[in-house]
Structures are given as C-alpha cells and as structure tokens.
Design a protein around this ligand. Structure first.
Ligand code: ADP
Ligand code: GLC
Length: 468
C-alpha cells in the first residue's frame, strides 16, 4: 500500500512533543512491513532542512482568499530516515524556526494543506490512503470530499489520528473564503459550535478515526474539550490503537547520547553511571533516589501542581530525595520551578527549555518518572522510561492506564487516581519505600526493560485499518 502521512511534526526534523515521535517512527515501521509510507510536512527553517540534500519535486501557486502564495515541495534525497520525506515550502508561511505559536497559525497550516492537495491533485497515480494527524491537517478530509478542485482525490480513504483532542484549531467563519470553492450545502461539515473547527470537521468527514490509546477513545466521549457529543456520534468508525516507540532511537544498549550504554543484564551499573553523571552536572546527591518530570509545562500534564508537589516532597523527605525537572511551557510554572532551586540546593534542580539529549540522559539516569497528567491520550515518556529501567509514577488515565500496571497489582509502576498534590505525594512515598527494597527494584527494572512496546504491532494494526 502507499500511505501518505500529513503532519505538522516529524522527528528528527521538527518535534514539539509526542506527535513528532510518532510520525518519525510509524512510517518507518510500515515500510519495514513492505508498504510505501511517506511523510509530508511543512518546510520550517530547521537544521535538518539546512543540512540535508533535497530535490525539488513541485513548483506551484496556491490561494488563500485573495492572497496568492508560492509552493515548492522538496524531497529528501537519501531516504535516510527510512521513509520518503517531503517538505512543503510556502514562502512567508512555513519558513520560520518554530512549529507553532504564531498569530497566523491558521493561515500557515491551511496554506500547507492546500499546497499539498494542489500537488497531489496532479499526480498520475493515487495513493491508497491519506493519513492525517491532528487538527493541523484536519481540513484535508473535507477538502478531498467536497472541494471541486480536488474531486480526483475524493475516492482516497482519509484516516484521522487524534493525538490530542484538546487542540482543535478553530477559527471564525469570516475566513471561509480561505477554502477552495466547494458545495456550500456542505458547510455544516466544517462547523462546530459556530466556528470552523478543523478537528471536528475531520471527525465528521474522514473515513476512519483512531485515537492513540484504547482508554483515550473511551474517555473522549465524556471529556474532549467540547467535542464529546461528536465523538459519541462517530464512535462507529473509531478505534483506539496504542502508540509504539521507536526501538532504534530509544535503545539503551546503543544510545549514543548516554554517558554509558546498558542492557537488561547490566542495568544496575549502567543506570548508576548515568545517574552519577547527571548528579554531577546538576549538583544532586547520587546516593539518593532521583525523581524526574520531563515534558510540556501545561495544565494537561498537571504541571501547575508540580511546584507544590516538589516543595512538599523535598520537605517531607528532607535530604533523602532528589528531583530534576526538564520542561518548558507556561511561564508562571517555569518561574516557580526555577525558583525552587534556591530553596533546595543539592537536592533539586530544573532545566527550563527543550533538550533532546538531556531527555535521553534523564530517562537513563533517573529512578522514577512522574506523570500526573489530567489528560494523556497516550504518553510516550512512560514507555521510554520503561525501556530505560526508570519506574513510572502515573495517573491512571488514557494511555498511562493502558501501559502501566501498579506494583500492588503485580505490576511494575506506581499508579494514582487523581491529579492532586495529595495523590502524587502519596505515590512518591510509596516510591521511596520501594527504592529501599533493592531486590525488588532490581526485579522490576529487569521486567520493565523486557516489555516490548515497539511499533511492530501497531504499524500492522494501522495497515489492517486502512483496508477499508
Ligand atoms: P506530549 O506529546 O503530550 O508532549 P508525549 O509523552 O507523547 O507527550 O511525548 C513527549 C515527547 O517530547 C517525549 O519524546 C519527551 O521526551 C519529549 N519532551 C517533552 N518535553 C521535552 C523537553 N523539555 N526536552 C526534551 N524532550 C522533551
Ligand atoms: C499527544 C498526546 C500524547 C501522545 C502524543 C503522541 O501530544 O498529548 O499523550 O503520546 O500525542 O500520540
């Protein structure tokens, strides 16, 4: 089969969170299964774009209302990522360093989608599937189904994967003229609660919906940032497929970013060396347990509670605990996490920012990883932690519920039911006890590292789903 993945992110070109990891791995695993999976994404001003060789495969003009824009599509020449990569360059829209966060994001991602479809409409052959990821590519199912210009594409099945229904990309009806002409009777397919809502439109118009874990599929019919009723209505065409991880990128036996590589057999010494290196850099005490949080500092992740959680834990287990944070996001939370450094030197530290290499080093060197998420459609951090022998402490929700089993139930993690300072504090207490049971820690680490979360299985599940 030929599968076209459309996405705003793809590791290692541009990654903000897990969407990038998924789109950088799933196509590779689909190709290994003998299919042809390609990734098409915006050409941001990235190091990858500057430093690799590309050939131009398309030159054209697109239109957004009365504004014309030039489109140039580049193909990465060497296939070094394990899939064909196409970068869509739209002057004035995509040529910026960041993926999101600009006032004209609506225009940027709409121009991207129009540029891609203009290009695909000229292909002599048709791919078997267009696989859209999140709302940034959510108007594609509508446009292929209803825009006259793209009628040659309307028989190609469209799949929508929802990585996070919190973000929907809605904009006002005053921008309706951005879309290429379509049968106005179909305008209702764009609408949700009085706005044009790309995620809602994709849910209505795509052939199949997937969520990134089975539990998240259950949850969104009662909690989906206003889309609950729509999900309930479209449930029949939806399925939850648990994300995998890229076992080549996240492999402690070969990870060049680590101080010391390690395998299941050598986990104790391996983690010890990585922990020591981290503690040296961040002025922490390597003889004490190391807890960490890695991620976007947003309410969804429970980040607003972290300062209180850490402050409590550092008082309660005074001198007996280390905490290291890696994250960026809400400036207020960033500030509070930064300030804590002064209160607990030697036991607490924070790196405010994004740092891919440091994230690998922390997964390898930490003892426990906290994920007190309010919403977690899948979560990849806990799976990376498992592979690197770090025990996850997670709220029982979404993909966390599907991947972590509490030690009390014969499992390997620590689970709690609510995103509250009390629940997480209690979980940290349980982790402190566990840490002192060296035999049990050893057993759990070995067990966790052997769990197979690679993409092999899920890549095939998507292929089965495409055979509509
Ligand atoms: P989400 O996509 O909601 O942010 P996931 O758990 O799916 O959550 O994926 C997060 C990904 O982003 C992981 O690869 C994680 O290691 C990475 N990540 C998040 N914040 C940072 C950061 N500050 N520095 C480096 N990597 C980060
Ligand atoms: C989203 C979700 C996260 C998921 C990731 C990859 O960013 O918040 O839970 O793991 O997408 O699917």
């Amino acid at each position: 089969m030929e599968i076209i993945h459309l996405s705003a992110e793809c590791y290692p070109i541009a990654k903000v969170g897990g969407l990038g990891d998924v789109v950088g791995a799933l196509p590779k695993y689909q190709n290994k299964l003998g299919h042809v999976a390609k990734v098409v994404m915006p050409a941001y001003e990235t190091k990858f774009f500057r430093e690799n060789e590309f050939e131009s495969v398309y030159d054209g003009w697109g239109k957004l209302g009365f504004q014309h824009f030039s489109v140039r599509i580049f193909r990465e020449k060497t296939n070094k990522l394990g899939f064909d990569l196409y970068l869509v360059h739209i002057a004035g829209f995509t040529d910026r360093p960041n993926v999101y966060g600009y006032a004209d994001d609506t225009e940027r991602f709409l121009a991207f989608q129009i540029g891609v479809l203009d290009w695909m409409a000229q292909w002599e052959h048709k791919p078997d599937v267009i696989h859209c990821h999140d709302h940034h590519t959510g108007l594609v199912p509508f446009m292929t189904a209803h825009c006259n210009k793209y009628r040659h594409l309307n028989q190609i099945p469209t799949i929508l994967t929802i990585h996070n229904a919190q973000y929907q990309g809605q904009f006002g009806w005053d921008k309706l003229n951005y879309l290429p002409p379509f049968d106005l009777w179909k305008a209702g397919q764009l609408d949700w609660k009085g706005a044009i809502n790309p995620l809602a439109s994709a849910i209505k118009c795509c052939w199949r919906i997937t969520t990134v874990s089975p539990s998240y599929l259950e949850e969104i019919s009662y909690r989906a940032n206003g889309l609950e009723a729509l999900f309930a209505r479209e449930r029949g065409k939806s399925v939850g497929i648990l994300n995998g991880i890229d076992n080549e990128v996240w492999n402690p036996t070969a990870d060049a970013m680590l101080e010391k590589q390690f395998a299941v057999r050598t986990v104790d010494n391996g983690k010890k060396a990585n922990k020591q290196a981290l503690c040296d850099v961040f002025n922490l005490d390597a003889s004490k347990p190391l807890f960490t949080f890695i991620g976007r500092l947003v309410d969804e992740k429970g980040a607003d509670l972290l300062p209180e959680i850490f402050n409590n834990a550092l008082w309660q287990h005074k001198g007996e605990i280390n905490i290291l944070v890696l994250g960026s996001g809400d400036p207020q939370v960033e500030g509070r996490l930064f300030q804590l450094k002064d209160a607990f030197p030697g036991n607490y530290n924070a790196y405010i920012g994004y740092n891919e290499q440091l994230s690998h080093q922390i997964y390898a060197g930490a003892d426990f990883l906290l994920m007190p998420s309010r919403v977690e459609p899948c979560g990849l951090n806990q799976m990376y932690a498992l592979r690197y022998g770090t025990i996850p402490i997670v709220r029982r929700i979404g993909g966390l519920k599907d991947t972590v089993v509490d030690i009390g139930d014969g499992g390997f993690g620590i689970c709690h039911d609510q995103t509250s300072a009390w629940d997480v504090g209690h979980a940290i207490g349980r982790a402190m006890e566990l840490y002192n049971d060296k035999k049990k820690m050893k057993e759990i680490r070995k067990f966790m590292m052997n769990i197979d979360h690679s993409w092999d299985k899920a890549a095939q599940e998507y292929i089965n789903l495409y055979q509509i």
